[in-house]
Design a protein around this ligand. Structure first.
Ligand code: F6P
Length: 358
C-alpha cells in the first residue's frame, strides 16, 4: 500500500502531526507514504514534486508548526475562490496530476485542507481519484466535524494576546481592541474572547451597532471599570453590512483586514476613551500546535490511513462527540459551520455580561 499526502490551503498548527500520523500508520501496516510539496501543485512535477517519507524522516515533526511539505491557497487547483463560488479545475491540469499519481502507484491520496481544498478534492474524487479528506482550518468553520485541528492553537494565541492587552489596557485605562482571524465564522473570536475575558465580542454572524458597543463600555465605566477588552473577528460586517478588505489582488480569496481599526475609531468617537487596536494576524496560524491539536492531528492522520487501506474513498475524517470517524467529503463542504447566535455558548457569554453589539 502506498499512501500519498498533501497539505492544501492556508497552513495551521497540527499539519505536521497529521503527516506524523499518516507516515506512522502506513509504516505500521507495511506500507509506504509519499508527501507532495505545496499542495496539489506537487503533483504537476513528477520528478521533484514529492518525497518518500518514513517514520525516521518524520521523527521530531509532531511538535513543529507549519508543514514540512509546504502548502498554497492559490494556484492551478483552486476550485473555490469566494463564498459559494465554485469553479472546475481545468481538465488538462487534472490529467497531468493524475498521471503523476498513477506513475507513483499511489493507492490513496490524503488531502489535508479546508473548505476550498476539500471542494477541489471532491471534484477529483468524482473523476475517480482515491481521495480521503482531512479537515483543517484555524477558523473551525467546516460542517460535519465538531472541531478542526489548528483551532485550539489559534484560540490559545488569542488568549495570550488578550491577557497581555488586559494588563496594559488597565494601566492606561484604555479600550483595547484585538482583531482576530475568522473569515466567515467567528469561532476564534468567540472562544478566544470568552477564554480571554473580553467584554465585547463582534462576530460575522451577529450584526452590531457602534452605539450598543459604546453604551456597554460607558456602562462599565460607570460601574468603575476603566478599561475594556474588545475582540473583533476580521469577517465581522460593519453596521452598514460591509466587509473590511485589503485592496490587493492575491489570485486567491479577497484578503480581509481593517475591521478592528474601524471598530476602535468608532468606539473612541462615541465614548471619548483612548482606544488602541492590535491586529493579531498570522501569529494565530504559526507556532507549535497545542497538545489538543497534536493529538487531533495524529488521530486524523491514522484514521485517514485506515480509510485509505479499506478503500473508503470520498470520505473525510470527522471529529464528533470525542470520537474520530468519517463522513462524505461532499456532505462536509456543502455548508459552513457558523456560530449560532442563540446557541448555548453565546447565551453563556451573554450571561456573564459579554456584549455582542446587538
Ligand atoms: O481561512 C483561514 C484564514 O486564516 C482566514 O481566517 C484568513 O482570512 C485567511 O486564512 C488568511 O489567509 P492568507 O494566508 O492568504 O493571508
Amino acid at each position: 500500500m502506498r499512501i500519498g499526502i498533501l497539505n492544501s490551503g492556508g497552513d495551521c498548527p497540527g499539519l505536521n502531526a497529521v503527516i506524523h500520523g499518516v507516515v506512522g500508520a502506513a509504516a505500521a501496516m507495511g506500507g509506504e507514504a509519499v508527501g507532495f510539496y505545496d499542495g496539489f501543485e506537487g503533483l504537476l512535477d513528477p520528478e521533484n514534486g514529492h518525497v518518500f517519507l518514513t517514520p525516521r524522516e518524520t521523527e521530531g515533526i509532531l511538535k513543529l508548526g507549519g508543514t514540512i511539505l509546504g502548502t498554497t491557497n492559490k494556484g492551478n487547483f483552486a476550485a473555490k475562490i469566494g463564498e459559494g463560488d465554485v469553479s472546475a479545475v481545468p481538465q488538462d491540469i487534472v490529467d497531468r496530476a493524475k498521471a503523476t499519481l498513477d506513475g507513483l502507484k499511489i493507492d490513496g491520496l490524503v488531502v489535508v485542507g479546508g473548505d476550498g481544498s476539500l471542494t477541489t478534492a471532491q471534484q477529483l474524487f468524482e473523476q475517480g481519484w482515491p481521495i480521503i479528506g482531512v479537515p483543517k482550518t484555524i477558523d473551525n468553520d467546516l460542517q460535519a466535524t465538531a472541531m478542526t485541528f489548528g483551532f485550539d492553537s489559534a484560540v490559545n494565541c488569542v488568549v495570550d494576546g488578550l491577557d497581555r492587552l488586559h494588563t496594559t489596557g488597565a494601566s492606561h485605562k484604555r479600550v483595547m481592541v484585538l482583531e482576530v482571524m475568522g473569515r466567515h465564522a467567528g469561532w476564534i473570536a468567540l472562544w478566544g474572547g470568552m477564554a480571554g475575558a473580553a467584554n465585547v465580542i463582534l462576530l460575522p454572524e451577529i450584526p452590531f451597532s457602534y452605539e450598543k458597543v459604546a453604551d456597554h463600555i460607558k456602562a462599565r465605566e460607570e460601574e468603575g471599570y476603566s478599561s475594556s477588552l474588545v475582540v473583533v473577528a476580521e469577517g465581522a460586517l460593519s453596521p452598514d453590512g460591509i466587509l473590511a478588505t485589503i485592496d490587493e489582488n492575491t489570485g486567491g480569496e479577497v484578503r480581509l483586514g481593517g475591521m478592528g481599526e474601524q471598530v476602535a475609531a468608532g468606539i473612541a468617537k462615541l465614548t471619548g476613551k483612548e482606544t488602541r487596536c492590535t491586529t493579531l494576524g498570522h501569529v494565530q496560524r504559526g507556532g507549535a500546535p497545542t497538545s489538543l491539536d497534536r493529538i487531533l492531528g495524529v488521530r486524523f492522520g491514522v484514521m485517514a490511513t485506515q480509510l485509505a487501506a479499506e478503500g473508503k474513498f470520498g470520505q473525510m475524517v470527522s471529529y464528533q462527540s470525542y470520537h474520530v470517524s468519517s463522513v462524505s467529503i461532499k456532505e462536509a463542504v456543502t455548508k459552513l459551520r457558523l456560530v449560532e447566535p442563540t446557541s448555548e455558548v453565546v447565551t453563556a457569554a451573554r450571561a456573564i455580561g459579554v456584549c455582542f453589539g446587538d
